[in-house]
Design a protein around this ligand. Structure first.
Ligand SMILES: [Zn+2]
Ligand SMILES: [Zn+2]
Length: 136
């Protein structure tokens, strides 16, 4: 994978650069991701926070007790997800990267919430809820 990876929101006001490969790339079928993006499912690339630089002024909004989601306040593009319980990790929507083709999903999260008409028989590992264990 050629690094760094470059991403941006639809209007270009928020830019993201990742200097290392993601440690995982996961589909998420949860209702929160679906509602927030309007898409039937999303794909998150998980990075160490220290490997990701975000430029511009994204708005960060707490969407549930432990979760903060970042988006562009100008065009509304959703792009990041952070969980208080997963310190040092940031998840970025693969769709915002120029290199989205290289960010190949390796698992599915929240398959229990997957839309029944979405057929993804790709043989990847399926998790009923989250793919990463949260402490506590
Ligand atoms: Zn924007
Ligand atoms: Zn989700």
């Amino acid at each position: 994978m050629k690094l760094p990876l470059h991403g941006r929101c639809f209007c270009g006001a928020v830019l993201v650069e990742a200097k290392a490969e993601p440690f995982q790339v996961s589909w998420c079928h949860c209702r929160d991701c679906r509602r927030q993006t309007g898409a039937p499912a999303v794909v998150w690339a998980g990075f160490r926070s220290e490997d990701v630089h975000v430029a511009g002024a994204p708005r960060r909004r707490r969407s549930s007790e432990h979760i903060v989601r970042g988006f562009c306040p100008d065009c509304g593009t959703p792009f990041s997800y952070e969980d208080d319980r997963l310190a040092g990790e940031i998840y970025i929507h693969t769709g915002v990267f120029d290199e989205a083709d290289q960010l190949v999903p390796d698992r599915h999260a929240y398959v229990t919430s997957k839309l029944f008409w979405l057929h993804l028989e790709d043989g990847l590992a399926k998790f009923e809820t989250t793919t990463r264990r949260r402490p506590g």
